[in-house]
Every structure is written in C-alpha cells, then in structure tokens.
Design a protein around this ligand. Structure first.
Ligand SMILES: C[S@@+](CC[C@H](N)C(=O)[O-])C[C@H]1O[C@@H](n2cnc3c(N)ncnc32)[C@H](O)[C@@H]1O
Length: 444
C-alpha cells in the first residue's frame, strides 16, 4: 500500500490523455450512471479496461468517487454519503456481473476493495469480497479441469489479454498502465481462467517460489530465521506467538498423552511446544534435506535420541519426505491423531486443500483438532478476507467446521520492507495486524 494517501480526484485518476473509449466507460462508472454505463458493458472486456497511466478501472472509479472530497460532484443531498454508496453498489454489482476484476491493481497498488477499505465504504468492500470469493471458488473448480488439458496456458492467457484489450481500446495499452498483476478472476464463468490465479499461502511466497525448487535450494538457519538461497523467509521467530496460540487451540489445557502430527519442521518452534506437552505420539513430517540435517545435528532436540526416548517404538518419529508421500503410508498403517498441524513452505493453497480434503478426515480422531498456518493472501487485507471465506467453504466441503480466533500481530518491527524483522529477507510476506487462527473439527 502507498504510504501517503493517494489523490482520489477525477482529474488525476482519469487524465485528459485517457483514450476516449476508456474514459467514456470510466466517467459513467465514476458518476454512477448505470443507464449510461450498461450499453457500454456489452462490448467484450469493457468492464476490465484500465486507464493507461493510472490503471483506474471502472470498478476503481465507481468506488473512488465516493471519497468524501468527490461527493459534491455526485450531487448528494442531506443523506449524501449513504445515497452515493447505494448508487455505487448498483454500479459495482453490474461491473462484477460484466466481468470486472475484483483484484486488479491500480498505480497505487490498490484493488477496488483496497480503495473501499481505505475510504471506510463497508458495503462496497463487502461486494468486492463476495466477488473475490466467487471468483476463487470458480478457479478452484477450474484448476482440476485445467490439469487434464495442458499446462502451457500462460502464453495463451497473455495473448488473449492483449487481444482483448486491443478490442476495446482500439490501440495498444499505454506504457504506464499497470497490468492486472494480481488479477484473480471475473464473475462470469466464461471469463474465469483468463487471469492468473495468484492466491498462495504465505509459505508459497508468490509466483517465484515453487516446491520443487525450494526443496532443492540451500537453506540458512540464522538468528531468528530460516531462509532459502534466494533469501525467502521460510520461517521466522516473530511467528512464535502464532505457534503458541496454535498449540493452545489444538490442545486446550495442554493435556499430556495426546497423539500429535506436525507437517513442516522449519525452526522446530511448534514441535518444541508440542513436545513440552509430553505426547504419547509425536510424528513430524519434513521434506527438506537441510532441515533434516539440522534435525539430526548436535543442537537439535529432535534427533535420534528423541526418537528413541518415546513411550513406545516409533511413537516419536521424524518422517523424512514430502507429506504427499508420507501421509498415505501413515494412513495405511492406521495412524490417527488428536492434533494435526500443517505448515509447509513453497506450496500453494491447492496442496493445503488436498491435505484437509483427502487426508485429515481419516487421520483425525473423532474429537481431534486440525490447524494450519493461515497465511493465505496475507500480504493484502482483502485477499486475506476473501481467503478466510474460501477456505471455510472448502473445509465445510471436506466435512469440517472451523472456528476463527483473531490474534493481534505486533507490527512494530514488521512494518517496512527490508527493515526490522525483514532485514535480509527478500519479501515482506506478512502485512496485517490481525492473524486469523483456524481450529478445525470434524462435523458431528
Ligand atoms: C514454515 S516452515 C514450518 C515452521 C514450523 N511451524 C515451526 O514452528 O518452526 C515449513 C517447513 O515445511 C517443510 N516442507 C515444505 N514442503 C514440504 C512437504 N511437501 N512435505 C513436508 N515438509 C515440507 C519445509 O522444508 C519447512 O521446514
């Protein structure tokens, strides 16, 4: 997000240089002129146009014009603010139904929902979240089908995007325009799939990190963090309070003798907390060779001695390998657990979803609890809010209820890229002052 509030005036957002076909749509959206806008939206992609230099989309315009400073020109009466937002809602709804992109970015790095949140427009923010949820759910469905076809769709996507813009603009997209860098989907099923789906878990660190590369990369443990060779933060000590709260939620009152499965050792923070409860079974799954070496190193509490010290043979065990390979074997052996925690790195949401859909219901004891590191979309509040709803629906599909606990995150040393906790870490993957902690149980 920009540090100084963006200038929300129409002259700045839709400059005189804006090509006429685009400015026409943007002006109608800005002025909430639904009857004037509707006929323009019949042209393909018109709900997705962007002003070439500011990246203003019709959705941005419809939301932004509700800024207090702009309300005069919208002709408000005594209840101006509410009236204006109601009109804006009708326009925003129409734009979403015509394929408007809920998470397209403008040149201030804001989505329409970010603008709504900044201006305190709750109703509009809710509409943006709902659009995001619908788009992400559709993407979830589509992902399965895409895998059956081909995996080289990227070029096609780009071609299509370029082509479609030209169709509306009648000319090349302007130099300064920010592409829909984080586009996550449109409302129409037909439109879904044209944009890249970018929701990743915190641990996936964006499109440049993938599981295979990560598992081959060198890792460095240093004071307070574990980073890969590209300086991506794999695990950081500032997350200790989140790990503490996760253990407390999974094992209320921390009873001894419980059966625990943790996926992803990292810095061993959560495993140390689990170990303190004196479990009857404590299984850890870890895939990275360097982490496994660390586990077996002299400073580690979880080496061979720990394994040998369990209450029975195999009760305390580090399973080396990817959970995708290890978990089916544990199932074959009939293992079950009272508490399961999932926190990997370099994997996208589909892997987490696969885990809780395919495996958790069989691995979890009837009264057991499942938790995961909830970093889904955590670099942007609206994405976090959208994903809270998406994951809740997918958990429900998998037969699980979820309770959310909101924790404060102390942002003092997390506020700025490259500084404080982020010093020597490539990307600030956490930007929010609230963490939403999930505790999942099997439906009765
Ligand atoms: C964020 S760290 C876990 C941090 C841990 N919760 C803690 O408290 O320190 C993620 C860990 O998952 C491991 N990992 C990544 N992909 C995995 C996979 N497919 N199977 C098992 N472990 C994996 C990584 O190597 C890393 O050690």
């Amino acid at each position: 997000m920009a540090s100084k509030p963006p200038n929300d005036s129409i002259d700045i957002r839709i400059p005189a240089s804006c090509p006429a076909p685009i400015s026409q749509i943007l002006y109608h959206a800005w002025h909430h002129d639904l009857s004037g806008l509707k006929p323009l939206l019949t042209a393909p992609e018109s709900a997705r146009v962007q002003e070439p230099t500011t990246g203003e989309s019709p959705l941005h315009a419809a939301v932004r014009s509700c800024a207090p400073a702009n309300q005069g020109e919208l002709g408000g009466g005594s209840d101006a603010a509410t009236d204006v937002e109601e009109h804006a809602k009708a326009v925003v709804h129409e734009l979403f139904m015509s394929g408007g992109i809920w998470n397209g970015l403008d040149d201030n790095d804001e989505t329409p929902g970010c603008v709504a949140a900044r201006l305190g427009l709750k109703g509009l923010y809710t509409l943006c979240i709902e659009a995001g949820v619908r788009a992400e759910l559709l993407f979830g469905l589509l992902d399965g089908y895409e895998e059956l076809e081909s995996d080289d769709g990227e070029e096609d996507e780009e071609d299509e995007e370029d082509g479609s813009n030209e169709e509306v603009l009648g000319e090349e997209e302007g130099e300064g325009a920010k592409p829909e860098a984080e586009a996550g989907g449109a409302e129409e099923a037909a439109a879904v799939g044209e944009e890249e789906h970018v929701f990743v878990s915190k641990r996936a660190q964006g499109p440049n990190v993938n599981s295979e590369d990560y598992l081959r990369s060198n890792l460095t443990y240093s004071d307070g963090k574990l980073v890969d060779s590209a300086q991506n933060g794999v695990m950081m000590a500032w997350e200790t309070s989140i790990m503490r709260a996760s253990v407390d939620a999974l094992l209320p009152d921390l009873p001894a003798g419980r059966k625990i499965l943790n996926i992803g050792f990292g810095m061993g923070i959560i495993d140390s907390m689990f170990a303190e409860t004196k479990p009857s079974k404590h299984h850890i799954i870890e895939a990275h060779p360097a982490v496994l070496e660390h586990i077996n190193g002299s400073d580690s509490k979880f080496g061979k001695e720990w394994e040998a010290g369990g209450p029975s043979d195999g009760a305390y065990k580090v399973h080396a390998g990817k959970w995708q390979d290890v978990v089916p074997k544990l199932l074959e052996q009939g293992e079950t657990y009272d508490a399961i925690y999932f926190d990997t790195f370099g994997e996208d949401y589909n892997q987490l979803r696969l885990f809780f859909t395919e495996y958790v219901p069989s691995l979890l004891e009837e009264e057991g609890r499942f938790g995961f590191f909830n970093g889904l979309g955590a670099d942007r509040k609206i994405c976090y809010d959208v994903y809270t709803q998406v994951v809740e629906m997918h958990l429900s599909d998998a037969g699980m209820d979820v309770e959310w606990q909101e924790l404060d995150v102390d942002m003092k040393d997390l506020e700025n890229e490259g500084e404080g906790e982020w010093k020597d870490v490539k990307r600030r993957y956490w930007t929010l002052d609230k963490y939403r902690l999930p505790t999942c149980t099997l439906m009765g």
